[in-house]
Unconditional design. Structure first.
Length: 227
């Protein structure tokens, strides 16, 4: 089982696993610098209030909210019942789903739990805010989705480690790799561990058989029937 962090790190090291360790560290640093630079420049060009991805989600939910109807239950507490018609249905019936939402000063609650999980108002909240008038539900969106937060995330300054750095001179013997320990044979190194029960095949059908005599334990190169 892998995570997104592990997959992202593998993507950074793609194609450089066979290079020296110092070069891998240097290349990782420069690729991280390019990653922050490109996203920082894109964040500085954003002219919207929220990040482009959040703006796309808001537009989709506002378009979906046009097909909802609301019923006011308690105007003093801003409690609404939102009726959503079934997908691909032309009208509203008794089987249409019903969601209940309550609009507060700084937070909103809905029975679909999308505002609580996504920190972005759902289509039911946008429908209720439309009936209230003058409420665009923007203050219900988390501040972490604003363009200011996006710019603060990607405007981290990464400086070259070769500028203004004085390396300390190391006194002592010079260590070099043992030349006989260097691997010169091509291919994958042979495993030194002892095989266990988990390495054995559970069924005999999975064992490799000779293509000539159809027996296990050898292959066609050293088959006894060829002699």
């Amino acid at each position: 089982m892998t995570t997104n962090i592990a997959e992202s790190f593998n993507n950074v090291l793609k194609g450089v696993r066979g290079l020296p360790l110092c070069f891998i560290v240097e290349l990782t640093f420069y690729r991280t610098t390019d990653y922050f630079r490109d996203r920082g420049n894109a964040a500085m060009q954003c002219s919207t209030r929220f990040s482009p991805r959040v703006e796309s989600i808001i537009e989709k939910r506002k378009a979906k909210a046009q097909f909802h109807r609301t019923r006011i239950f308690d105007l003093g507490n801003n409690e609404f019942e939102v009726m959503c018609h079934r997908r691909y249905a032309s009208g509203y019936t008794a089987r249409d789903t019903v969601q209940q939402c309550q609009l507060g000063a700084d937070e909103v609650r809905c029975t679909c739990n999308k505002p609580k999980l996504h920190h972005i108002p759902c289509s039911h909240v946008f429908t209720a805010c439309k009936d209230m008038g003058g409420n665009d539900a923007a203050h219900y969106i988390s501040s972490y989705f604003t363009v200011e937060a996006l710019r603060n995330t990607w405007t981290l300054k990464l400086h070259s480690f070769n500028i203004g750095v004085k390396y300390k001179e190391i006194e002592g013997p010079t260590w070099v790799p043992y030349p006989l320990a260097r691997r010169t044979e091509p291919g994958r190194p042979r495993a030194d561990r002892l095989p266990g029960d988990m390495d054995a095949s559970q069924t005999g059908d999975n064992l490799r058989k000779c293509k000539i005599c159809k027996q296990t334990g050898h292959d066609r190169r050293n088959c006894p029937s060829r002699e």
